[in-house]
Design a protein around this ligand. Structure first.
Ligand code: SER
Length: 320
C-alpha cells in the first residue's frame, strides 16, 4: 500500500477530535494533517490553521504535505445554521466545492464527506427511515448535506473521484463537545449528571431520535473508507444506525447511577427540527455492502460515558 497522508478539515470539532487520534494510530502521527479555522494548542501532532472557504489556502496545504486523502468535517450544524441560513449555505457549500475541486485537480485518492440524518425532513417514514427516502430537509444544514451528497456522487460519476459518505445520527462521546446541533442534548445531559447539576432539555421528553456512540461512529467511518471500491454501491451517502432513544429513556438510563438527576423539559426551536427527523434508521445497505454493525446500546453507552466523564472531571481534565 502506498503511504497515505491525510488532511482533516474541522479537526477540532466533535468528530474530528476523535477521528484525528484514530487516524494517527493507524497511519502514523506525522501522516495526519489536522486543520481547523482556529489554532488548537492542545492538539498532539501536525496541525495547521486553515480556512476551507479559501481555495488557494487548501490547495497550498494539499501541495505542502502531498495529501492523498481528505476527511472534510468542517461545517455549520443544524441548530446554529438556522440562525444564519444564507451564510450557512455559503460556508457549507463553498468548503465542499473547494475540497471536491482540489481533490479532482490534484488526484486525491479518497474523500470523506459526512452527511446527516438532517437530510430527511417531514413526509418521510419516521420509523426505520429507508435509504432511498425522498430528501426534504427542514434545515439549511440538511439542505446543504443533501446537496453535498449529490455533488459527491456527481464527482464520482463524472471524474471518478472516490467520494464516500455516511449519514450520521446524533453522535455521543465523552472526548469532545458537539457545537450547535439538535442532538447535542444527549451529550450535555451526561456532563450535567456527573457534575451533579440540573439539566434543562431543549427537546420534549418523548422525542425519539437516532443516535450513535462515538466509537461506533468512528469505526463506521474507517470501515467505509477501507472497504474495497467495488463494494460501495451508494455514492450519495449511506444510512447508518446505532441506537434510538428519547430524552426520557436516556435520563432513566443515567438515573440508574445518578438517581438525583433533575430534568426540566423546555422545548425550543430545536424541537421542530427534531420532530421532522427520523426516529430510527434502516441501514440494511451499509450492513450488506461493508458489513456495518453497531456495538453500543443505551446501557453500554451510558456506562462508558459516565465512567469516562467521571475520570475527566475528577482529574480536572475538562473545563466545566
Ligand atoms: N448531530 C447533528 C445535528 O444535530 C446531526 O447531523 O445537527
Amino acid at each position: 500500500m502506498d503511504k497515505e497522508i491525510i488532511l482533516i478539515t474541522g479537526s477540532s470539532g466533535q468528530l474530528g477530535t476523535v477521528l484525528a487520534e484514530k487516524l494517527q494510530k493507524k497511519y502514523g502521527v506525522e501522516n495526519i494533517i489536522a486543520t481547523d479555522l482556529r489554532e488548537n494548542p492542545t492538539f498532539n501532532g501536525v496541525f495547521d490553521t486553515l480556512d476551507v472557504t479559501d481555495f488557494e489556502a487548501i490547495e497550498a496545504t494539499v501541495l505542502k504535505y502531498k495529501i492523498t486523502q481528505i476527511y472534510h468535517l468542517a461545517a455549520i450544524l443544524s441548530a446554529n445554521g438556522e440562525k444564519h441560513p444564507l451564510s450557512t449555505w455559503d460556508i457549507n457549500m463553498k468548503t465542499l466545492f473547494n475540497v471536491l475541486e482540489v481533490s479532482r485537480i490534484h488526484k486525491i485518492s479518497k474523500v470523506f464527506f459526512p452527511s446527516s440524518i438532517a437530510v430527511f425532513g417531514n413526509n418521510i417514514e419516521r420509523s426505520n427511515t429507508p435509504q432511498s427516502s425522498n430528501l426534504t430537509p427542514s434545515t439549511v444544514y440538511g439542505i446543504s448535506k443533501a446537496a453535498g451528497e449529490n455533488w459527491g456522487k456527481y464527482y464520482f460519476d463524472k471524474y471518478d473521484l472516490d467520494v464516500r459518505s455516511l449519514r450520521y445520527p446524533g453522535v455521543i462521546g465523552y472526548q469532545s463537545l458537539p457545537g450547535g446541533g439538535t442532538t447535542d442534548y444527549a451529550v450535555d445531559i451526561f456532563h450535567k449528571a456527573v457534575k451533579n447539576e440540573d439539566f434543562e432539555c431543549f427537546l420534549s421528553s418523548e422525542t425519539m431520535l437516532p443516535m450513535i456512540y462515538m466509537d461506533d461512529a468512528i469505526r463506521a467511518t474507517l470501515e467505509l473508507m477501507e472497504a474495497p471500491k467495488e463494494k460501495i454501491t451508494v455514492r450519495t451517502s449511506y444510512n447508518i444506525s446505532g441506537l434510538s432513544f428519547t430524552p426520557n429513556q436516556l435520563a432513566s438510563s443515567i438515573k440508574e447511577k445518578y438517581s438525583s438527576l433533575k430534568i426540566n423539559y423546555k422545548p425550543d426551536f430545536r424541537q421542530e427540527i427534531a420532530s421532522s427527523w427520523p426516529m430510527s434508521i434502516d441501514d440494511t445497505q451499509a450492513r450488506k455492502d461493508w458489513d456495518w454493525k453497531p456495538k453500543f446500546n443505551i446501557k453500554t453507552l451510558t456506562e462508558t460515558m459516565l465512567k469516562n466523564l467521571e475520570l475527566k472531571y475528577n482529574n480536572n481534565l475538562i473545563n466545566s
